[in-house]
Write a protein that binds this ligand. Sequence first.
Ligand code: FAD
Length: 425
Amino acid sequence: EICLFWFRRDLRAFDNHGFYKALANNPTVVPIFIFDPEILKRFDCETDKRLAYIIEKVKQLKKSINLQVFFDQPITVFNQLVQKHTITAVYTNQDYEPQAIARDAQVKTFLATHNIAFHSFKDQVIFHENDILKTDGSPYTVFTPYSKKWKETFNSTIFKSYPSEKLLDKIATFSISNFAIDQLPFSPQQVAINETVDLSIVKKYNETRDYPGIQGTTDIATALRFGTVSIRACVEIAHQHNETWLNELIWREFYLQILFHFPQVVTQCFKPKYENINWRNNETEFQLWCEGKTGYAIVDAGMRELNQTGKMHNRVRMVVASFLCKHLLIDWRWGEAYFAQKLLDYDLAANNGNWQWAAGCGCDAAPYFRIFNPYEQTKKFDPKLTYIKKWVPEYDEFYELLPIVDHKFARERTLTTYKKALDNV
Ligand code: FAD
């Protein structure tokens, strides 16, 4: 008799809620990971650094906790496993993306037909689903009251951790898969991902976070995305040391609960009347934006940083996103899709929420008439041009003389286009 623990976006053996519960409640636990070819089809597997990171983590877990690896669709894997083994239950941590919810529902139904329970735990966030609701029982769609309620609830909750690392002797020593990771049909090049929160950065975060030329943010988003760091540990640090940083972690949960309650945002504007915007969607201009060749130095620096490293500073993400939607009048969904391909920390909820914020069509979004001025943003946040010169080495006083579009002209065009769309309804 065995219990399975299914790792997904929680690739760590310590302080892991579902893993802890599986180990605590069962005599023998077999940890598994499934490479799903249906998901992999969407990526360029030979080059994707995120996949390289997953592979590296899976290899580590295989060594340290005898992780059993499979390469097939989850339902097929479970179908084969129930034929061969007596499985008492499957434990996992919850995933909030619509496709994952659908997959888990399918697996749960399948397991139920074999009388196997499927237990799913909250691990990726402190609060989820209906944990934080307005007094009338509806979800929050504005950040400030959400974060207030989040903090009140947090302060009145006993803070728990889940020391799965103390129960590893419950792990089965035998093998139930004969798939070796070397059999994967691709081997993307590895990349170093930061997995620790630098306390000295957190302590100064409110003063340093807006300056892309310095290391003023924690660079922990990718580890949070793949669960190689525990959100509970991060929140504890934030709670003790810096409220501004805590607010950022709450933004992450805010967008996750928006996605959970309003899954239509994946394809649609949160505010429906913004669907009336007459996007120009000029493909040549989009290409220039992607390549970092707009003639706006701060935009170009950001896009080149993204293309070369898979990272981009948050301040610059806001600038390039606003520029695409407003200066170029290109549908936010194009930018969102491009970020999804490139960002190491790509996360559906955060990316979608922030793109809709930039375009003005999201919940609690920037008002449509707020149009970032790239020149002013540079003066304020990269005054010595440190960031720009790093990513646009050919930058000189002539660089911005021939921009893709004139700022004043673009600003007027945006205001007219948005106003027309919003007045129409
Ligand atoms: P820090 O500044 O140290 O913040 C700590 C953590 O808080 C981050 O790691 C992240 O988990 C969370 N966080 C911070 N800001 C936000 C935010 N605005 N929304 C949600 N969570 C936040 N973040 C992603 O994790 N994945 C994405 O796909 C993503 N796409 C974005 C797209 C656009 C257009 C914009 C404007 C922002 C996007 N962000 C995204 C939010 C933010 O830019 C990154 O989380 C941040 O830059 C990551 O760097 P850091 O780890 O140093 O963050």
